[in-house]
Design a protein around this ligand. Sequence first.
Ligand code: FES
Length: 293
Amino acid sequence: MWDYTDKLKDHFFNPRNVGEIKNPDGVGEVGSLACGDALKLTFELDENGRIKDAKFKTFGCASAIATSSVLTEMIKGKMLDEAAKITNKDIADYLGGLPEQKMHCSVMGREALEAAVENYRTGGKKKHELEGNIVCTCFGVTDKEIERVIRENNLTTVEEVTNYCKAGGGCGGCKGEIEKIIETIQGDRVKQPIHPSPRKSTKLTNIQKIQLIQQTINEQIRPALRADGGNIELIDVDGNKVIVAFRGMCAQCQLAEFTLKDVVEAKLREFVSQDLYVEEDKDSAQQPHNHRG
Ligand code: FES
């Protein structure tokens, strides 16, 4: 049984704005029945370019129905440009979160919105087309779509990519290709650490601090550890104490202690706050040792 929020259950049992607008200004159709999820979004604008009405028809699971329902609520009343900025994360957040395995439903919502906006802007002349080359033939997912969900959601594993866009969730034949895309993007992040930038003493709220710690781990620390066959997980943040667990590394390894202070703590102090110190949660560390070299 999935761990659904009350808001998600409410939108599943009482979906809003079901149906299809007659003579809509924009139409977005994504997914396919063969792949298990399909969504048709239609909207109508008022004379000022504000979304007056939006409706959806969805074939799919409870999450697909609930995300489609909230999407229509989120865009109604917004100017088109403003609505077009909505991300899959915004949709998931609006529901109070989605199970990781269901994040692809929020991505489908964002894609339908983009398709509908594109349909409106091209006067209905252009159908939303998949960009890039198909990587996952089971679900018809292209390399560009995979790259996008990885970059927008800071994904680091094939399993996460499957959760967000289904690629890799069928025969598994595309997993090697997905792994290569992840490695290329992580390589880019190491070479061009644009974000986050080193920060000085600006006061952070607790939520900002935790988000920045997670972002620094995703973008600055994990790629370096993965290059050596390891990984890291953020376990908790307690004041200035950051508790992490190494994966794929031996908890007793001296190199792990070095990595903890000279890589993890140093990066977190550089990018988040000079006051942070890091401890390893040895109870949740995994065996066995997997260092290369
Ligand atoms: S080709 Fe991607 S899961 Fe089959």
